[in-house]
Every structure is written in structure tokens, then in C-alpha cells.
Design a protein around this ligand. Structure first.
Ligand SMILES: [Zn+2]
Length: 168
């Protein structure tokens, strides 16, 4: 996202040279630059003690494909806090262990995704209103229900490839 007007006071921004950054949109009344920015979101692969994966289906995304729990970060939250909050809100489950697995920029959606693996106890879901369905899937089942080429399916593959290596 590139700012043209100041998000705080609405004044038109002007270009100003700022060190190594080059020319940056600058608000003269607030006296601050507005760097190009992207939304930051978390995406979390939720796995239980049986190595089953919790996936959700949200009608506004797709009627057939399942996705990972994901959501926007709120100001003041760490990525870890967002990931745990989203798992709780969308599935009603408590995260017992969380591991950060890397960041991924999605240019089409102008989003930076922070990816996590969350370990939870297998339990009943208590779904948020944003979620139409959630289910526990084995790896092959999960793979068959996710859209090819998405970040979510890459996270799924990455997790189970890692599990195989641990067992060899
Ligand atoms: Zn301003």
C-alpha cells in the first residue's frame, strides 16, 4: 500500500528524501514519513497429538476448499499472540505449543504472512461466526481438501515432510 494522503490528518503527502530510504511520502503538518506498508497477518497450521490437522471452511472464501486458521494482527500484538488468539477465536481451542516457521509475502493481496505451527489437544470445536465448518483431517485428507498452490498447503507439506525426517 502506497500512501498519497496522510492517514492521520488527511493532508496531501509530499516526497522527501530520507537517508537510505530515498524519496518517501511525507506529511508536513504531522512532520512524519509514511512508508509503503502491507497488512501483517498470521497463518497457523493447527495439529493435535495424533498428527491430525484442524482446517476450517469459510463460505466467503470457498464452499469446497478448506484453509488454515489465519487473521490480521492487531496493533500492540506480537505474531505469537495473534496466532493464539485466532486459534481460540476460530476453533475454540487453546494452543499448548507454538512454533514460528517463517514469513511469506503475498504480493497479490499486499500481505505479509507470519506462519506458525500450533500444537493443541484434540477437542471439540467451538467455532466463531466467521467459520462455517471445522474438521480434523489426517495429512492425506487435509491435502485433498486444500487448494493447490496456496501458502496453506505449503505449510502442511512442510510440516509433514519435517515429521518424516524426524522418524527416519
Ligand atoms: Zn498528517
Amino acid at each position: 500500500m502506497r500512501y498519497i494522503y496522510c492517514p492521520q490528518c488527511g493532508a496531501k503527502l509530499v516526497g522527501r528524501e530520507i537517508g537510505d530510504e530515498g524519496v518517501v511520502p511525507f506529511c508536513e503538518s504531522c512532520s512524519r514519513p509514511w512508508f509503503d506498508s502491507a497488512y501483517t497477518c498470521t497463518i497457523t497450521l493447527v495439529v493435535n497429538e495424533l498428527d491430525e490437522v484442524a482446517l476450517i471452511r469459510q463460505g466467503y472464501i470457498s464452499d469446497t476448499y478448506y484453509v488454515c486458521v489465519a487473521g490480521y494482527m492487531k496493533p500492540g500484538e506480537s505474531g505469537e499472540e495473534t496466532a493464539c488468539r485466532e486459534v481460540k477465536e476460530e476453533l475454540g481451542l487453546d494452543v499448548e505449543a507454538l512454533r514460528y516457521t517463517g514469513s511469506h509475502f503475498l504480493p497479490k493481496r499486499d500481505m505479509l504472512m507470519l506462519a506458525f505451527e500450533a500444537r493443541v489437544k484434540k477437542g471439540e470445536f467451538h467455532l466463531s461466526g466467521e467459520v462455517d465448518q471445522a474438521e480434523w483431517f489426517t495429512y492425506p485428507e487435509a491435502h485433498g481438501r486444500m487448494r493447490e498452490g496456496t501458502l496453506a498447503i505449503r505449510l502442511l507439506e512442510q510440516y509433514f515432510e519435517g515429521r518424516e525426517q524426524q522418524m527416519q
